[in-house]
Ligand binder design. Sequence first.
Ligand SMILES: [Cu+2]
Length: 142
Amino acid sequence: MRMKKVYLSVGAIAMMLASPAFAATKVSVELIGERGGKMSIKLDKNEVPAGEITFDVVNAAMQTPHEMVVIKLDKAGQKLEVDPDKNRVDEAKLNSMGEVSDLKAGKGGTLTVNLEPGSYELICNLKGHVAAGMVVPFTVAK
Ligand SMILES: [Cu+2]
């Protein structure tokens, strides 16, 4: 009995070494919708702890290209303004933390960023896509 207990402890230590504490938190992101229709961004989680975060992005559309841009908001509840002439938000006026750009339908990509606590939004900033629904809140907790 005593021997078995020691064996389990060694196993637990081995498991801890195999998954280091600094491993990035993974967020799965699905980009959904076709040109002219409703569009959305679906996340498997919309709140994560601060630190390294890997966004694993897939464009689930059949024909329409999409992208994912991570925007840090100045404060919670901040509304992103769509420029009526360009029909997209002006990223130069916002705090973009990085993006997976121009994914063709069916393609995927990843983005790993170090995010501090705060309120964020994930958007697809192709023309008309934010207005069609491609904006989703994302929270980084302490
Ligand atoms: Cu899009």
